[in-house]
Ligand binder design. Structure first.
Ligand code: APR
Ligand code: PHB
Length: 389
């Protein structure tokens, strides 16, 4: 079998790249380890920057998002019993769109199926060969049979636990990592959102976030201990703890109900460099992880896709390798800025076990500076709505 591009991983990064390439007449095969239903069962964040929305438009998959997504012109931040508003639209001219990543992934799968493009599910033992030469190929097993695809390029879109990153020799790879001493306990419930906007809360008892999927589907998170298990948290205990971490007027109107999903995610910052080795490109979570505070994970995958898509189009349409040569450098410049923002926003809102009274004062002063200073608000808003590609 032959393809111009083999995309390893059918998550949002791989699917978006595949769809954009298809529209430009570049043929890509997607290899996915799981089933479509498994991929669509994952609950992830749901805040889309305008850069990602533009890519989805270009890929021809923005219709439902336009109809069903919520336009958010700002966000609210609660601390010390008070709450303030940051107006993205006034500060940057741009909103964000709240639309579940699961729904976006579903739209991409539907669009892919409609094009007849090849997606191979439930693949095993995926291996990348000769990525540093001129004729790379990918091998995999499916239903016990071995397969080989010869290609021009390989896009490693297989997430943090994928194999693509490991295909780059260790002596050429440098990894940077920070783990955080807490996790996020998330609950999805069929209840109306507590507010029109997202609320990020810093409280004495730890961080809390009020988010949403639609008019009758809410997503809430609270900071928890890494040793906690979702089973340890009854719904009643979750709602009680969430209420304690929100300003009274918000807590008073929180609608609660049975959870339909409950999970704990650890927080991590991670980057691998470089993001290209010969004809292999890393894209999305395969190359970097951010803590979820600020919802940059998906949006960062999208900016990688943007740079890679343009690099491949430039190669096939103009026989120009410039975009390919500079892919890693361009993608990483933006990756590190989003890493900084996600790390900073996390540090602003969480309780750290080793925080001393001075550290707490610094956090309060940082929050007050954000509340009171228009330049700081603008810097925050520019990062939140997404830095330019
Ligand atoms: N072979 C084939 N597919 C694989 C392999 C493998 N060896 N390993 C992992 N995969 C698949 C996973 O099953 C998953 O569907 O690759 C896909 C990677 O998808 P994500 O983990 O969603 O990563 P990405 O597409 O980069 O999306 C980034 O989505 O996952 C969130 O937090 C993430 O919001 C961020 C965004
Ligand atoms: C979510 O809706 O799941 C969400 C929103 C914003 C974040 C993180 C997660 O910063």
């Amino acid at each position: 079998m032959r393809a111009q591009v083999v995309i390893i991983g059918g998550g949002p990064a791989g699917l978006l790249l595949g769809q954009l390439l298809h529209r430009r007449g570049i043929e890509a095969v997607v290899l996915e380890r799981k089933t479509r239903d498994y991929v669509l069962g994952r609950i992830r964040a749901g805040v889309l920057e305008s850069g990602l929305v533009a890519l989805l438009e270009e890929a021809g998959v923005a219709n439902r998002l336009r109809a069903e997504g919520f336009v958010h012109d700002g966000t609210r931040i609660a601390a010390g019993g008070e709450i303030f508003h940051v107006d993205f639209k006034a500060l940057t001219g741009k909103p964000v769109i709240v639309y579940g990543q699961t729904e976006m992934t579903r739209d991409l799968y539907d669009a892919r199926a409609a094009t007849g493009a090849r997606t191979v599910f439930e693949v095993d033992h995926v291996a990348i060969h000769d990525a540093d030469g001129d004729a790379p190929f990918v091998t995999y097993a499916q239903s016990g049979a071995e397969h080989r695809i010869d290609c021009d390029f390989v896009a490693g879109c297989d997430g943090f636990h994928g194999i693509s990153r490991q295909a780059i020799p260790l002596n050429l790879r440098r990894e940077y990592e920070k783990t955080y001493p807490f996790g996020w306990l998330g609950v999805l419930s069929r209840t109306p959102p507590v507010d029109e906007e997202l609320i990020y809360a810093n409280s004495e008892r730890g961080f809390a976030l009020c988010s949403m999927r639609n008019d009758n589907l809410s997503r809430y998170y609270i900071q928890c201990a890494l040793s906690d298990h979702p089973e340890d948290w009854t719904d009643a205990a979750f709602w009680a703890e969430l209420r304690r971490r929100l300003p009274e007027e918000i807590a008073a109107r929180l609608a609660t109900g049975p959870s339909i999903e409950k999970s704990i995610a650890p927080l991590r910052s991670f980057v691998t460099e470089p993001m290209r080795w010969g004809r292999l490109f890393l894209c999305g979570d395969a190359a970097h992880i951010v803590p979820p505070t600020g919802a940059k994970g998906l949006n960062l995958a999208a900016s990688d896709v943007h740079y890679l898509y343009h690099a491949l189009a430039q190669f096939y349409e103009e026989r120009d390798r410039e975009g390919i040569e500079r892919y890693s450098e361009r993608a990483l410049l933006r990756v590190w800025k989003a890493e900084r923002f996600s790390w900073w926003f996390s540090s602003l809102l969480h309780r750290y076990p080793d925080q001393n009274p001075f550290d707490l004062k610094m956090q309060q002063a940082e929050l007050a500076f954000l509340r009171d200073n228009p330049a700081q608000q603008r810097a925050f808003a520019e990062n939140y709505v997404g830095l330019p590609y």
